[in-house]
Design a protein around this ligand. Structure first.
Ligand SMILES: [Zn+2]
Ligand SMILES: [Zn+2]
Length: 553
């Protein structure tokens, strides 16, 4: 234990390293008696500010400092924003991992894909398990969500009980798995809960999130009315939804084929965990080709318009097996995740132009959220009755609104956190008492880089302004030995701007000839750079990234 926290050894501390500035990348820590418990370790998805980067991770420098005192990592469920970072960060922790069968199977398949089989200690625990990780005693409590086996954690210590909700909703008919264990929530509430660390995703949504049962009824109706071929896209990990689609297909007399690697993986994890036992057999791609099109349903990835997903490739005509035709129907049983609006609109419009009928949750109720709306949050607060509320799983505005909601529900204390905050969970003095290093790391190919790395900064500049590179050969007197070579990807067109490039070469040669003999390389470079900058600005009003290479012979 670092001295920094020695004063808090006998107090409960909560430290979010991810998920409290954003929806995604969840990583939460609890400290008691100098020992640390980690709950979840997820990824986030990058935006346009990070060109070439898809995945971001929480900065875990702090985990290295406490590494010897970590008692375990417990995963609440198998969503990427809760376990996706394990393959990248497992080397930082080397502690045992605890997960229920579906989550564990899903993680193992993911690790196998990364060549990490057998390297991590994953302890599969039963549904509703109790786990002793002294000084923490954990009870896993099932809550409904958009994936099987989501569990809240009741974390018991001598300093009080924490209810870590994970992602949840209160769905009375989830279609797969048990309903939320409201009785246990109430039992903990009766006993007394010190703090609740709770999902804020839909704090701006009034009412209830809605039930999977409604979606099942509606999707069956929509699919039964389809004529030619049907393509349905949803979040692969929503196994109840996948089951709904399989059942709806069966009722409509359609066979099902999968398009997208992640669907195959999730279905395998589900079946290994005992789900989807009574579904019709899935067709191979070859069998699908031989099936009449009006007897076929393609269950596809790509509901967010992901560039490499199966549905996007079908739209682009680059999918090896499936080609869309006029008269097909594409059903999106998903919501638009903020940030993906542009590419989803592009996808819808492409489909419409191809003559494909597009059905979304805008017109038909064929999707419900997996997160609690305000009505469910209010119910949860009435069950658990915490002394302290700590909203997480949200951007600053979500957490701020959730704090206001908690106060309106007479929770005595509510703390508005951010990643890296060290929160003292103590009745009467709950507050942020310190902070630790936090932030983001970008996954760049097979390496991890800092977000303010020069690689990302120059990539952004190159994307926005293009580049111009000039190579010049001079002798030891500084005389130009050959015509300078110029390339300008992203700033000039090699054919259309050819005349300008020739002019530029002449100007550079003139400039260099006017230089004193034996000028230093740095002086030559500066002259050339300034010349290029002036010319590009004068002719095109552009400021590309300029690279000057001088070869002296
Ligand atoms: Zn989540
Ligand atoms: Zn989730």
């Amino acid at each position: 234990m670092r001295n920094k926290f020695a004063a808090y050894k006998n107090e409960l501390l909560f430290v979010p390293l991810g998920g409290s500035n954003e929806i995604g990348m969840n990583l939460n820590l609890y400290q008691y008696q100098g020992k640390w418990l980690i709950v979840d370790m997820g990824i986030g998805f990058a935006n346009d500010y990070l060109p070439g980067i898809d995945v971001i991770l929480p900065n875990v420098e702090f985990l290295q400092e406490i590494r010897d005192d970590i008692v375990g990592l417990v995963l609440t469920h198998a969503h990427e924003d809760h376990l996706g970072a394990v393959p990248y960060l497992w080397d930082e922790i080397h502690c045992p991992i605890y997960a229920t069968p579906f989550t564990s199977n899903f993680l193992k398949l993911k690790l196998a894909g990364e060549g990490l089989t057998g390297k991590l200690r994953i302890n599969e625990v039963s549904l509703g398990a109790k786990i002793e990780l002294a000084p923490f005693s954990l009870e896993m409590l099932p809550l409904t969500h958009s994936i099987p086996e989501m569990h809240a954690l009741a974390i018991r210590t001598d300093a009080g009980v924490i209810m870590h909700t994970g992602d949840w909703k209160l769905d009375a008919a989830p279609m797969l798995g048990p309903v939320s264990d409201e009785e246990s929530m109430r039992r903990y509430g009766d006993e007394g809960v010190l703090a609740m660390v709770c999902d804020s995703t839909n704090v701006f949504v009034d009412g209830e999130s809605g039930s999977e049962e409604t979606v099942r009824t509606n999707l069956k109706k929509v699919i039964a009315e389809c004529k030619n071929r049907v393509i349905v896209s949803t979040f692969a990990s929503n196994i109840a939804r996948v089951e709904t689609i399989l059942l709806a297909a069966e009722e409509a007399g359609r066979r099902v084929v999968l398009a997208g690697r992640s669907l195959h993986r999730v279905l395998l994890a589900a079946q290994e965990s005992g789900y989807l036992k009574n579904i019709q057999p899935i067709l191979s791609e070859k069998e699908a080709e031989q099936t009449p099109q009006d007897k076929l349903l393609i269950l596809s990835t790509g509901c967010q318009g992901e560039p490499r997903a199966a549905l996007t490739r079908m739209v682009q005509g680059s999918h090896p097996n499936f080609h869309l035709r006029s008269g097909d129907t594409a059903i999106f049983s998903a919501r638009v995740i903020p940030g993906n609006e542009g590419r989803i609109r592009w996808l819808y419009n492409q489909l419409v132009r191809m003559g494909v009928e597009v059905i979304t949750d805008k017109k038909d109720s064929i999707h419900v959220s997996g997160h609690p709306a305000r009505g469910e949050l209010e119910r949860m607060y009435k069950l658990v009755r915490p002394k302290i509320s700590v909203p997480v799983h949200g951007e600053a505005s979500h957490l701020h609104e959730h704090v206001k909601l908690a106060r309106s529900l007479n929770v005595p204390e509510a703390v508005e956190v951010r990643n890296g905050a060290v929160v003292l969970l103590k009745e009467g003095s709950a507050a942020i008492v310190d902070s630790v290093d936090s932030g983001y790391i970008a996954v760049d190919g097979s390496t991890l880089i800092s977000l303010d790395s020069s690689i990302i900064r120059s990539r952004r500049k190159l994307r926005d302004d293009g580049n111009i590179t000039i190579s010049i050969v001079v002798d030891n007197q500084g005389r130009v030995m050959a015509r300078p070579q110029i390339t300008a990807p992203g700033s000039l067109d090699a054919e259309e701007d050819e005349a300008f490039i020739v002019e530029l070469q002449d100007e550079i040669v003139d400039t260099l000839e006017r230089l004193e003999k034996r000028s230093k390389i740095t002086v030559i470079k500066d002259k050339v750079r300034n010349q290029l900058r002036r010319s590009m600005s004068r002719e095109f009003g552009k400021k590309p990234v300029i690279e000057v290479h001088i070869h002296q012979i």
